[in-house]
Write a protein that binds this ligand. Structure first.
Ligand code: OGA
Ligand code: MN
Length: 221
């Protein structure tokens, strides 16, 4: 008789993520970010914030790009892989990309990521991550870098199901506790960040299927 070895816990977790993405379009994985990576990214975002090395986040793309503080109030810094924390994060994300591609046959291609800092009063109104007019961002990834987040601190992520109307209640309200990771289909899952009472740290990231639009690299910001 052949013994069948049980799947590794890590494999179970990845299986749950791709099942969630296929069935409902999003997945919440508390404590999914490896601990060493969490500590390294958190230390770096705190340093970046202390230096105020962040730019106001925008909405829209190209000519439609605008700094609309009534829709989104946060600051960002793009990751370029130039620090050990960023290089490790990009390598970790690459493993996820391979798993998602194999399981869902999506053909995710390019990855872009930024630190996102919401100061008290920061928020992001309900939106989709994939901008109209270009099928580029396909899967969104958000990684939380907050210590001891309490419900009363605000800053929860609200997630609606695909096709939900403006007045429909969200399907989930996720507290952005450090190490938690959210996956969402960028083109279909509406989501919003409630106003935060405390400075709120995350990495917001996306995989794209095709980085070039109209024959040039998309200068998305
Ligand atoms: C985003 C976003 C969610 C979050 O950056 O597009 O929706 O929880 N972030 O930070
Ligand atoms: Mn978003």
């Amino acid at each position: 008789m052949t013994a069948i070895s049980p799947p590794l816990p890590g494999e179970n977790r990845l299986g749950a993520i791709v099942d969630d993405l296929a069935s409902k379009g999003w997945s919440w994985q508390p404590g999914f970010l490896p601990d060493a990576l969490y500590r390294a990214l958190r230390a770096e975002v705190l340093a970046v914030d202390a230096l105020d090395d962040l730019a106001p986040a925008g909405v829209g793309r190209d000519d439609a790009f605008q700094l609309d503080r009534s829709i989104r109030r946060s600051r960002i810094a793009w990751l370029d892989g130039s620090s050990p924390a960023q290089a490790d994060f990009l390598a970790w994300a690459e493993q996820l990309r391979e798993t998602i591609n194999r399981a869902l046959m999506i053909g995710l291609f390019e990855f872009e990521a930024c630190y996102a800092v919401y100061r008290p009063g920061g928020f992001y109104d309900r939106h989709l991550d994939s901008f109209e007019g270009a099928r580029n961002r396909v899967v969104s990834l958000v990684v939380y870098l907050n210590e001891d987040w309490q419900d009363g601190d605000g800053g929860a992520l609200l997630v609606w199901p695909e096709g939900a109307g403006e007045d429909d209640a969200p399907e989930a309200r996720l507290v952005p506790e450090g190490g938690g990771v959210v996956f969402m289909l960028s083109e279909t899952i509406p989501h919003a960040v409630e106003a935060t009472e405390r400075t709120r740290y995350a990495v917001a990231a996306w995989w794209r299927v095709n980085p070039s639009v109209g024959g040039r690299i998309d200068p998305l910001a």
